[in-house]
Design a protein around this ligand. Structure first.
Ligand code: HEM
Length: 202
């Protein structure tokens, strides 16, 4: 009965299984095995962050979630792509594919934002791998994984608190769940499209 839960807990519960599949699939593909694998991982992030970028500038969403401004990590993803010299043709292709995404309204947008903001938590663990295996860091090649200056957990709690203060109708809440689900499906498709799969490559 997710209607008894806070919005952030309902989003978590409804996307838990999708997150599990995504997390396992990404790790199975050895994203930090070498620079080529990491470029594939960055392309997946590029698609996700490009698709969601308009939400961070949407005036209705900025009214609903005031601390949204400043949370976008697209520029950091682009800087990381530049640092690891991602091929410009691939970069443009990812931007084009991401631009086809249509997020119906701000309530679906809330769900997408939940997925993007939550992904900063998993980034703590991913950053450790990137540092150890690829010698990249928050200042070169992996800036999109950097913790916020407030601290990763605090920054996430502030976002969840904003979500949980929203007064949504049941239909709007359903839309938020739909949006979060779409974001997870979109990013899982991106993983399968752009990350190197050694089982297929060999
Ligand atoms: C290999 C890739 C990933 C791994 C290993 C991973 C791992 C994790 C871990 C360990 C947490 C929990 C952290 C904590 O509670 O302190 C987490 C949370 C979360 N991750 Fe991921 N993640 C990955 C990719 C992603 C991606 C691409 C997205 C975005 C679509 C995402 C969305 C989320 C969300 C929304 C949460 C917060 C769940 C909640 O509401 O508590 N994750 N992730």
């Amino acid at each position: 009965m997710t209607d008894q839960l806070t919005l952030s807990n309902a989003l978590r519960s409804e996307t838990h299984d999708l997150h599990e599949v995504l997390d396992k699939r990404v790790m199975q593909l050895n994203p930090f095995a070498d620079s080529e694998h990491y470029r594939g991982f960055l392309r997946m992030q590029l698609r996700l962050h490009t698709a969601a970028e308009p939400l961070y500038h949407n005036s209705n969403l900025l009214n609903l979630l005031p601390d949204l401004s400043g949370r976008s990590r697209l520029n950091a993803v682009l800087a990381d792509c530049e640092d690891v010299e991602l091929n410009k043709t691939l970069l443009s292709e990812d931007q084009r594919i991401a631009s086809y995404i249509r997020i119906a309204d701000e309530h679906e947008g809330i769900g997408w934002l939940y997925a993007l903001e939550g992904s900063t938590l998993g980034a703590a663990m991913l950053l450790k791998h990137v540092k150890n295996q690829l010698n990249l860091s928050e200042t070169f090649g992996a800036s999109h994984m950097a913790a916020h200056s407030d601290g990763r957990a605090t920054h996430w709690k502030q976002f969840k608190a904003m979500l949980d203060q929203l007064e949504l109708t049941p239909a709007q809440r359903e839309k938020a769940i739909t949006g979060a689900t779409q974001a997870f499906i979109f990013v899982t498709d991106a993983v399968n499209d752009v990350m190197i799969d050694d089982a297929i490559a060999s």
